[in-house]
Structures are given as C-alpha cells and as structure tokens.
Design a protein around this ligand. Structure first.
Ligand SMILES: *Cc1c(COP(=O)(O)O)cnc(C)c1O
Length: 368
C-alpha cells in the first residue's frame, strides 16, 4: 500500500459514492490513461477476466468461432472464449521469452483455415510474468491474415517492448488489479481501447447494456462488470507506488540472478535482448534437475516447510482437464518450462535480507 488508498476510500464513503459509479472510477481511469501517455481509452471493470470477455465480444467473436490463445498462461486468458461459446486453439511458447511462438501461430492459422474453412476470430498473446511477447512478429502475422489481437497484459503493467508499453499493442488489451498483481484494487481490471467509441461500447456492455432512453430499455445482452468506486479508490492510491513497485521488482530479479545463476543447473528468466523490458512481476527460476541434483518441484515443496512461499509456473492450458480436447500447436516447449520452473517470492515489499534468506535456504537444499 502507498498509504494514500484510505484517503480515496474515505472520500467515497463520506460523499456516499459507494457504488459502481463515482469520482474514484473516473480518477483511476484518468491515472491509467496518463500512464499510457493519453493515447488510449480505459474502462475500469471488476476483473481482468471481465475485460477479456468484453474485448472478445467487441471483436465480434461469436458462438462456434475459434480464438487463438497462448497455452502457457493463467486460465483466465482463455475462459472468456468459452463463456461466448467459441473454441480456444492453443499455441506453444518460445524458449527465450516463454510467450506465444510466432512460428506455431502461423502454422495454427494455416491449419485452422485448412481444417475448418474459417479464419480464427482473434489472437490472445500474453506477456507472462511481465515478460513481453514478440509483438513485432505476432502483429505482422495478425496483419497478414487480418485477425485482430486482444493483448493479455494482466501481468505486464509497466513492461515495455521496443520502447512501447505493453497494453498498447492490441486492438484491445486487458489489465488486472487482482490482489496478487503489480498494483491491486483488491479485485479489478480494465479494458484498454484504441478509440473513445470502443470505450463507450465497453462501458455500455459492462453496465447491463442499457439503451439511451430515460426508462430501462435493453436491446442487447449486457453484463454487470463495472468496477466499484471503493476499489477504484484503492487503485488511485496504488498509482502513487506503481513506478516504485516496478523498480523494486526489477531489482529483486537482478539480485536473484546474481545469487542463483552461479549455481550449476539454475537459470533465472532474463530479458532475452534489449527489445524486452519486463516489469519482472515475478522472478522465475528454471532448474535442470540432472545438473542441480534437485527438481524445481522439490525446491518449491521443501521451501514451504520453512515458510517460504514459491509457486508452480502456470500449467499449460492444453494440458488442463477442462481444455484437453482443444487443438494445440507446438512441440512441448511450454510443457518443459512448466515441469522445470518455479516462481520465487517477488513481492515489492521484500527486503534484500529476505532475498538472501530465500537464496540461502535454496543453497542448503542443493548442497544437501
Ligand atoms: C490475473 C490474470 C488474468 C485475469 O485477471 P483477474 O483480474 O484475476 O480476472 C488474466 N490473464 C492473466 C495472464 C492473469 O495473470
């Protein structure tokens, strides 16, 4: 917390703006628009998942359509495809940045057209753990086949690819302010739109699709997806520490790299080149079991006995029981990443001493 969250919450309560409407929502949206250099339009919602859902609806995704999605991600990237009655098609990751492989993206598009006679309706690349996806290549393919992009930037607020902020590449992009993200509103998200018209349409869908007449008139199906004015107050407070949080997460990643990369078989995920500037939302570690003598899963489980919370990496969606029938294009790269990696404690409030403690415990495990 920045300490300023309470001021905005108190204002909301004392002015009786305890509703999915009010000055904090407008204020938070303006803060976010400022963050994106006032080149985008933002609609605050009650989750990142809701933002993806409305983004897909606005891209015209309909029941029976196919939507291409990165496999190596949190399930929220793909579930809105299913909400619509459309079908996800999953794509493998590249080894260097862990995100959507442009090579398999092209193969998948060609094969879906050959098999179904129809183009996929949208592409969802993800900037996983804050690491930017290869947007140059992905946009080139999307443009060639005229398929729109919904960019999942839920984990990547403040990440930059070739000098451009993540969340600004797609026809739409989603942000998340869930409790675990780089800034939080306790729960919340936003849809990043390219035009005021798109944003207006998103707002319409997010507030039950009410027609512009004085009584309650509805000619389309809408949703109750608007952010609350209380949550938005937390978001306004959080904006004061966004830059500091990102800096700290990057320093934490550097420190882990310095301390852990010297261990044989260990490698901390890095920006693969100067094009990539991850916010390092989470620092991720890959462990080659044959060299290190211990597996990532063992490290994860044993550290938890010492009150150190690591996390497994996202299990690829094409391996999830609920999506096992969905088409997948790849050669198992994301499966290997999943099996051999883990997320290290990365919160911006961790001190250097905390990191030394975690690293020492890991070294003890490797040596014994
Ligand atoms: C958190 C997250 C989402 C969904 O955001 P919510 O606000 O939790 O609904 C979507 N995609 C990815 C990659 C995420 O990490």
């Amino acid at each position: 917390m920045s300490g300023k969250e309470k001021k905005f919450i108190n204002e909301a309560i004392s002015e009786n703006w305890v509703a999915p409407n009010g000055p904090n929502i407008t204020g938070f949206e303006n803060d976010l628009m400022n963050f994106f250099d006032n080149e985008k339009h933002i609609v605050a919602m009650n989750s990142g998942t809701a933002a993806i859902h409305l983004g897909l609806i606005q891209l015209g995704v309909k029941p029976g359509d196919e939507v291409i999605c990165q496999s190596f991600t949190f399930i929220a990237s793909a579930n809105p495809i299913t909400y619509i009655g459309a079908k996800p098609v999953f794509i493998d990751s590249d080894k260097d940045n862990w995100n959507m492989s442009p090579n398999y993206l092209r193969i998948a598009i060609e094969d879906r057209i050959a098999k179904t006679g129809k183009k996929p309706k949208a592409i969802i690349p993800v900037h996983i753990y804050g690491m930017p996806a290869k947007m140059d290549e992905i946009i080139a393919i999307a443009t060639e086949y005229e398929i729109p992009i919904l960019e999942d930037a839920a984990e990547a607020l403040g990440s930059v690819y070739k000098g451009q902020k993540c969340g600004t590449f797609g026809n739409f992009a989603c942000l998340s302010f869930n409790g675990n993200k780089i800034i939080t509103t306790s729960g919340g998200g936003a849809l990043v739109c390219n035009t005021a018209q798109d944003a207006q349409q998103a707002l319409y869908y997010a507030t039950q699709a009410r027609d512009k007449v004085t009584h309650y008139e509805h000619s389309q199906i809408g949703y109750n997806y608007r952010m609350s004015n209380i949550s938005a107050g937390i978001g306004r407070g959080q904006m004061f520490i966004l830059k500091k949080n990102i800096q700290r997460r990057k320093i934490i990643q550097k420190l882990y790299t310095k301390l852990l990369n010297e261990i044989p078989g260990f490698s901390v995920l890095q920006n693969p080149s100067e094009k990539f500037d991850s916010n390092f939302w989470l620092t991720c570690l890959m462990v080659d079991k044959d060299i290190a003598g211990i597996s990532a899963v063992d490290i994860c489980n044993k550290l938890s006995l010492n009150n150190i919370e690591c996390r497994h990496l996202w299990k690829p969606l094409h391996l999830q029981p609920v999506y096992k029938e969905s088409p997948y294009y790849g050669n198992g790269t994301c499966e290997k990443i999943f099996e051999n990696g883990l997320c290290l404690p990365s919160g911006a409030n961790l001190t250097d001493e905390d990191i030394f403690y975690v690293v020492n415990e890991i070294k003890n495990l490797v040596e014994n």
